[in-house]
Write a new protein. Structure first.
Length: 293
């Protein structure tokens, strides 16, 4: 048995969570086209007969302008410390910019093998791929360079095969049937938060936290109660929607993902609350991953 940890890093919206989901062949990490969707590091566990790979999905690294941004970067940087190899993911449909250079600058300070992953190759012409590779290769001495499409799973199997030679631990960290280190409550709250991100306008998502109040689990079903917490009344109205239309749609889509993950019938009960209705400012900020000054 060979095992090890692999950190997936890159600037926001390059497909890190999509890659993790593709490797695991299940939806674990939430995705959305809006930045800062991922707020926490999530471990996804990939098992083969002789290998166990623990992938660490991270928030997008960027130059922070807010307290939230600083926290997200801290989470991502922490995930670079105790791993065997780092996957640096870039979006080949985007020009190399300051965000990528910021990540490369950080990578130059760590003593880890770094593999460049050029994602979204299905969205560019083949003759434009080599210049992209040469451009990045001139900036950093990558141990490997692998083009993929995380969404279509193109070359993902090859990536897994390449990673095997970096798995040098001889410990089985998790059981074969475990695919993540996070709790049921975390998974449920993330699926709900993803739907808020996808369905609401730009103003709403980054002021939203989701907290599971209770899960009542039976053999074939789950009764779940989730609070959606916002910081002001007008956002509460947006999430509820006219006649409850928005909260109903959020619940319908989230329930499908939760049922798909747990393989059980789910009865999902959503409640939208402001901070004053819920607990207090400190608890709300803790749910967002922040602390009061």
């Amino acid at each position: 048995m060979k095992s090890g940890f692999i950190s997936i890093v890159g600037r926001p919206n390059v497909g890190k969570s999509t890659l993790l989901n593709s490797i695991l062949s299940t939806k674990l990490a939430i995705t959305s086209p809006k930045p800062q969707t991922t707020r926490n590091t999530i471990q996804g566990i990939y098992n083969e007969e002789d290998y166990q790979m623990v992938f660490v999905d991270t928030p997008g690294i960027h130059k922070p302008k807010t307290a939230m941004g600083k926290y997200l970067n801290k989470q991502a940087f922490f995930a670079l410390e105790d791993v065997n190899v780092v996957l640096f993911l870039v979006d080949v449909t985007e020009s190399l910019g300051k965000g990528d250079m910021f990540v490369i600058e950080k990578l130059s300070t760590i003593d880890k093998p770094v593999i460049l992953i050029l994602n979204k190759i299905d969205k560019i012409q083949k003759d434009k791929l080599l210049p992209k590779i040469e451009q990045y290769a001139a900036l950093y001495e990558f141990d490997e360079i692998i083009p993929i499409s995380a969404l279509n799973k193109d070359n993902v199997k090859h990536l897994i095969d390449v990673l095997k030679k970096y798995m040098i631990d001889s410990i089985k960290y998790y059981e074969d049937d475990q695919i993540t280190n996070v709790s049921k409550n975390f998974i449920v709250s993330e699926f709900v938060r993803e739907k808020v991100f996808i369905l609401t306008n730009e103003e709403v998502p980054h002021s939203v936290a989701c907290a599971v109040e209770k899960i009542e689990e039976k053999k074939d079903s789950m009764n779940i109660y989730v609070n959606i917490i916002v910081d002001r009344d007008n956002l509460k109205k947006i999430i509820i929607g006219r006649g409850g239309s928005m909260i109903k749609e959020i619940g319908t889509l989230a329930r499908k993902d939760i049922e798909g993950f747990f393989g059980k019938k789910v009865y999902l009960n959503l409640f939208v609350k402001t901070i004053k209705d819920w607990r207090d400012k400190e608890a709300y900020l803790a749910e967002l991953g922040l602390k009061t000054e």
